[in-house]
Design a protein around this ligand. Structure first.
Ligand SMILES: Nc1ncnc2c1ncn2[C@@H]1O[C@H](COP(=O)(O)OP(=O)(O)OP(=O)(O)O)[C@@H](O)[C@H]1O
Ligand SMILES: [Mg+2]
Ligand SMILES: [Zn+2]
Length: 326
């Protein structure tokens, strides 16, 4: 059996599907059960409706705020410390997909909250992630790019797709007082989402975090990673990126010549954000050096062969694009 949190083999443990150490890392105690007492049908009908009314986490996919009640994980509308995202009926294995994707991000050096798959009553696996905007009982201030760019619903339903990655990078510089490390982290996330074929890396999926309140309003860093999965599996014809890559939807001459994004595009983006070629190349090389490990996560993941082989093909073609020398 492979652990439903880290995907490594298990010998002996309290719950056969989990390492004791992984349960402890995710939930703080090995006594917390990863077996929930409701199934997906309950979730979709009753539980989601009861708890979504006052829930502060938004997003398109149905999700549930959870907290620990002693050794039990229970849905809650206040003081949630976990987010549960069961697989929607329309996107098969989305939970397993997001689980594997987020683990691949961690392998590539992206800060990642504790996360895993828990088991619903009917045996179905559901993705769960610990919230990074709560620390014990205190809130950690986070703002997403729609907030930082001053957009809201008045800007129209599609407001989370307004602005380009170049403009996001500039906004990060502005709100972090010119923190180049933070911009590099953003470019790293963009390369990552490109590689895994996440076509939904929009303004609400990019957020900054204020760790030291005394520095307000200067943000310290990007939040840990969230909402990363291969969306091409479900939308094979969708555009590569959720946002324009460069401001004004302009393209590099390499893009015009090749017809796909490659290393040169990331170098150009870096240049426009004050990051030199060498630094962006180092980010790319790091991903290339992690390629085998990322693929091995896919192979160990809980996705079916059908879905994981699509993922593998998508990932390989993006690595190829990144390896184009130009
Ligand atoms: N681990 C986390 N800790 C704190 N906040 C989080 C975490 N994960 C997600 N969020 C917040 O909750 C929102 C919704 O989560 P997420 O993006 O995973 O859901 P989604 O429904 O897939 O979103 P989308 O609208 O992009 O499809 C995010 O935009 C983010 O603000
Ligand atoms: Mg999201
Ligand atoms: Zn484990």
């Amino acid at each position: 059996m492979r652990c439903h949190i880290c995907l490594e083999d298990i010998k002996i443990s309290k719950f056969p599907e989990y390492h004791d150490r992984c349960i402890k890392k995710l939930f703080g105690s090995i006594r917390v059960s990863p077996h929930l007492d409701f199934d997906k049908k309950d979730f979709m009908t009753r539980i989601a409706m009861e708890n979504s009314k006052r829930m502060s986490i938004s997003g398109v996919q149905q999700k549930l705020s959870m907290r620990l009640d002693g050794d039990r994980l229970v849905p809650t509308d206040v003081n949630g410390t976990y987010i549960l995202k069961p697989t929607p009926y329309e996107f098969p294995e989305a939970s397993e997909n997001e689980h594997a994707s987020m683990l691949m991000g961690a392998i590539a050096g992206i800060e990642t909250p504790p996360l895993g798959l828990v088991l619903l009553k009917d045996g179905e696996k559901a993705y769960i992630i610990r919230r990074f905007d709560k620390n014990e009982n205190a809130r950690v201030h986070c703002e997403d790019m729609t907030q930082l760019l001053g957009l809201n619903r008045d800007a129209g339903g599609e407001y989370k797709y307004l602005h380009s990655y170049e403009e996001v990078g500039k906004a990060i510089l502005k709100h972090t007082n010119g923190n180049k490390g933070c911009v590099m982290d953003f470019i790293r996330r963009l390369i990552f989402n490109f590689l895994i074929n996440n076509g939904d890396y929009h303004l609400k999926n990019i957020s900054l975090q204020l760790v030291s309140p005394s520095r307000e309003p200067v943000f310290d860093k990007m939040t840990p990673n969230y909402d990363a999965l291969d969306t091409r599996i479900y939308f094979p014809d969708e555009y590569v990126f959720a946002l324009d890559f460069l401001a004004g939807n302009s393209f590099t001459s390499e893009y015009e010549a090749l017809g796909f994004f490659s290393r040169v595009d990331f170098l150009e983006l870096g240049k426009r954000l004050g990051i030199n070629d060498k630094a962006v190349d180092a980010l790319i090389s790091n991903f290339i050096s992690k390629k085998e490990k990322m693929i091995s996560v896919l192979q160990k993941s809980y996705m079916s062969d059908k879905i994981s082989s699509k993922y593998h093909a998508n990932l390989s073609s993006r690595f190829k694009a990144l390896e184009v020398v130009g």
